[in-house]
Design a binder for this molecule. Structure first.
Ligand code: SF4
Ligand code: SF4
Length: 452
């Protein structure tokens, strides 16, 4: 058996399928891979994801579903430290292209992603795909270092031009000036745009409504902008370190008004909206029986007309197939659907959440805290209404909640929980969600201690 065949057999086994069967021919739901209560149908061989065409981008036709390359699969064995699994990535990218996905989003900040994406894509005709990558100059914004970062991106991606280039994760106007204006980088990038080395220039944004308003009023001819948009952040996306208002709806509408195509990130909020509580899952299934929770979130994010591309960071073939199905049978939501989801957002937000999207920009922690892992335990317990309150130990259900929470907390690898945080603040400036990570760690550690 060749390595390729072995990988395929492994994938099939992982999907509960027999070796030799066709991935497209065996229903995943029947195989027990997808929840039985979802009326999910696998994509057929000829299914193509929907495209939208953009007059301001030279009439470019872009798949409404974009492949986020930040959460690519890794080889089994060494957890997050394991190398990316290039063979599975190649298969996923082949499948994506075969089904009409033509937008691939990566960044130098995503570890080995640019190299793996370049290796997989370069096996295809360069004209068949669009590459989006970024200037991730968070740690060193000196001009020479930024130029080197750009050159490395071209090398890793095995190309001599980038289709969509983004200033990565602008958090405020000050941040923008420091990382892109004061160092002379923006004229350099604009020059690359004139030469065609960058075809389209934009930025990704994690800040307040007021900051975006100011940024898009500047005379830089932004051709597209990437924002966080999902149904739980639509009405309110509070920034932990600022009282300035922020919500997906206002961000989106400002861009639409300026006729700037919008790329959507975190449509599923780092996976949280694919794994909602069982109560919320049932309510979603009642109204949207054809869609999984992830499909609901992706359809909501992709419905607005100025959305150019919705990015989904896919980690395995099942997620990719499910997304391909959603976008090849895409039906935009109507006003009543959206209203229903606002009610779902109210239910979701009724429980406390730390707005971590598991992007891992904060990692590694010098003390080895598994920051996204700790937050996932907290959020997961909250979603399931299993977050114990030590101030109310006599409450009905306290013991059960305590037991369930501590059991979940114990799944964190030894020496990686909140207790080992020394509040050094090294993670603080790296978090695009602007979470006060050390404070949250202290809060969670106190919760665990108080339960003891
Ligand atoms: S503040 Fe805590 S979690 Fe953050 S880097 Fe320091 S030790 Fe790690
Ligand atoms: S804490 Fe912030 S930086 Fe770290 S994984 Fe979560 S969202 Fe990303």
């Amino acid at each position: 058996m060749t390595r390729r065949e072995a990988i395929r057999a492994m994938m099939l086994a992982g999907a509960g399928l027999a070796a030799g069967s066709s991935l497209a021919a065996v229903p995943l739901r029947a195989a027990g891979v997808l929840p039985q209560n979802w009326k999910f149908t696998e994509p057929a061989k000829g299914d193509q994801v929907i495209h939208r065409t953009w007059p301001t981008l030279g009439g470019e036709s872009i798949s409404l579903l974009g492949m986020g390359c930040m959460r690519f699969p890794r080889k089994p064995g060494a957890g997050r430290r394991a190398p990316l699994d290039q063979e599975v990535i190649n298969q996923m990218i082949d499948y994506a292209l075969e089904h009409g996905i033509n937008y691939f989003d990566t960044a130098p900040a995503y570890g080995d992603s640019e190299r793996a994406t370049g290796e997989a894509l370069s096996r295809h005709n360069r004209k068949d795909y669009l590459i989006a990558t970024k200037m991730s100059n968070f740690m060193n914004a000196e001009l020479g270092a930024c130029k080197t970062m750009f050159d490395n991106s071209l090398k890793n991606l095995r190309t001599n031009y980038v289709d969509y280039f983004l200033l990565h994760s602008i958090g405020s106007v000050d941040d923008f000036k420091k990382r892109f204006v004061d160092n002379g980088l923006l004229p350099y990038l604009q020059d690359l745009r004139k030469k065609g080395t960058i075809r389209h220039l934009g930025f990704s944004f994690h800040g307040s409504n007021a900051a975006l308003k100011e940024l898009i009023a500047m005379p830089y001819n932004w051709e597209f902008v990437q924002i966080q948009l999902n149904y739980v952040d639509w009405k309110d996306m509070p920034l932990e370190d600022s009282s300035e208002p922020c919500d997906s709806e206002t961000l989106y509408k400002m861009l639409e008004e300026k006729n700037i195509p919008v790329v959507i990130m975190e449509p599923i909020r780092g996976g949280a909206l694919a794994n909602v509580s069982s109560g919320l899952k049932s309510k979603l299934a009642e109204r949207f029986p054809q869609l999984s929770p992830a499909g609901v979130a992706l359809t909501f994010a992709s419905t607005p007309k100025a959305v150019m591309c919705t990015l989904s960071g896919m980690s395995n073939m099942q997620q990719l197939m499910e997304n391909v199905y959603t976008f090849s049978h895409f039906k935009p939501f109507n006003a009543q659907d959206n209203e229903y989801l606002m009610e779902m957002a109210r239910l979701y937000n009724a429980n406390p959440h730390i707005p971590c999207t598991a992007c891992r920009y904060c990692m590694p922690c010098p003390r080895n805290v598994d920051i996204p892992g700790v937050f996932a335990v907290y959020n997961g317990s909250s979603d399931e209404l299993m977050l114990p309150d030590p101030a109310n130990k006599k409450d009905k259900g306290f013991k059960e909640k305590k037991k369930a929470f501590l059991k979940r907390y114990a799944t964190l690898a030894s020496g990686t929980d909140a207790s080992v945080c020394v509040m050094c603040n090294a993670c603080l400036p790296k978090c695009p969600q602007r979470i006060r990570i050390p404070e949250q760690m202290r809060k969670i550690h106190k919760l665990v201690k108080d339960l003891g």
